[in-house]
Design a protein around this ligand. Structure first.
Ligand SMILES: [Zn+2]
Ligand SMILES: [Zn+2]
Length: 353
């Protein structure tokens, strides 16, 4: 079971702003966002909108996957801008209810960083809900989040037995880029942290099934290998030569648990890029016809093929603005089969299938 993997542990980053967006105009925001109909009047809403263009307060219902006017709002709405519905007035929404520890607000920027962190969490939870994870129809445990601000010492992120610890300080772009550069990572976002750490929790959920572990070990190796020693070796010696042919990232080579978390995070990246592309009404050569739902696609190889074509094009678009590639990774054949394994289990795992 992975313990805290250290600030150096995994990965990924996040730069979505928390600002309101009420139109489709800025193309730069299309890659992560889904568009919803306004429940009051015309116009569109983005996933994290708190109000319509006419300033009518609205909230997002993750069960209906739609916006509602004037529902019971989440208790965290005023403090961190959570726009999800609550079961009743004064209660937390489904996402905020999973946060057992909120950051120490006496630490500078704790609240704005926490707000961005919870926004990333809501997005990732909503994605996973497409496969029924953590919705009412999922009979299993929900993740428990410890959202910690950083004082003088860094907060290691990690997962232990259903508890996910996140450093909200990584919502700060300067800190995040500094760490990304120090660790020589091609990509580091808060959405990526969420996907990676929740992926550890999903592994723990799946490991409670008898049929999962043997299948996992035959694909990813034996996760009973000493975790602390493996990470220490990774940080002192670096990844093995030729890691690119078997792993999506160098960090994935550190231990089977990290390989799973990185691979699962990448499956979620690729499906979300594809889903967001379709939701924005964009088209591309060989893209499936309108109405295709990437989350319902049973063929992981087809899904990854569609996604790989998209990211090649979007990387090219990003370079036109001097931006980083949206997906700066190469998919080896071995990694492709690991992605398919993750896809199969995540698609049916929440329903016990
Ligand atoms: Zn909330
Ligand atoms: Zn990890």
């Amino acid at each position: 079971m992975p313990a805290q993997e250290g600030v150096a542990g995994g990965r990924l980053s996040y730069s979505r702003t928390f600002a309101r967006r009420n139109s489709l105009a800025p193309s730069a925001v299309l890659s992560f966002m889904r568009v919803f109909a306004s429940p009051v009047g015309s116009g569109s809403l983005w996933f994290d909108n708190l109000a319509t263009a006419d300033q009518v307060p609205v909230a997002y219902d993750p069960q209906a996957r739609a916006f509602l006017p004037m529902p019971p709002f989440c208790r965290n709405r005023t403090i961190i801008g959570c726009n999800w519905v609550a079961p009743e007035e004064g209660a937390f929404c489904r996402s905020c209810a999973m946060t057992a520890l909120a950051p120490d607000t006496s630490i500078p920027n704790a609240i704005p960083n926490w707000a961005k962190t919870e926004a990333a969490k809501r997005w990732v939870l909503d994605n996973l809900g497409r496969w029924h994870w953590f919705r009412p129809e999922d009979p299993g445990a929900r993740p428990v989040f410890h959202m910690l601000a950083e004082g003088a010492t860094p907060v290691p992120m990690g997962h232990v037995a259903g508890v996910v610890t996140i450093s909200v300080a990584e919502a700060d772009p300067v800190l995040r880029v500094t760490r990304r550069e120090a660790l020589e990572e091609p990509y580091r976002t808060m959405i990526g942290h969420m996907r990676h750490e929740i992926a550890h929790m999903l592994w723990w959920r799946l490991s409670l099934r008898e049929d999962f572990i043997a299948a996992f070990r035959s694909t990813f190796g034996d996760e009973r290998a000493d975790y602390a020693a493996s990470l220490q070796r990774h940080y002192s010696e670096g990844p093995p030569a030729g890691w690119e042919s078997s792993y999506l990232t160098s960090y994935a080579s550190a231990h089977p648990h990290e390989d799973w978390a990185e691979t699962a995070a990448h499956m979620l990246h690729l499906i979300d890029i594809t889903d967001s592309f379709a939701a924005a009404g964009l088209s591309a050569p060989n893209f499936p016809p309108p109405g295709w739902d990437p989350y319902s696609e049973p063929d992981a190889f087809r899904l990854v093929d569609v996604a790989a074509n998209l990211v090649a094009g979007i990387n090219h678009v990003n370079r036109s603005m001097g931006l980083s590639d949206v997906y700066p990774f190469v998919l080896s054949n071995v990694a492709l089969h690991k992605l398919a394994f993750v896809h199969d289990w995540l698609r049916r795992g929440a329903q016990g299938l």
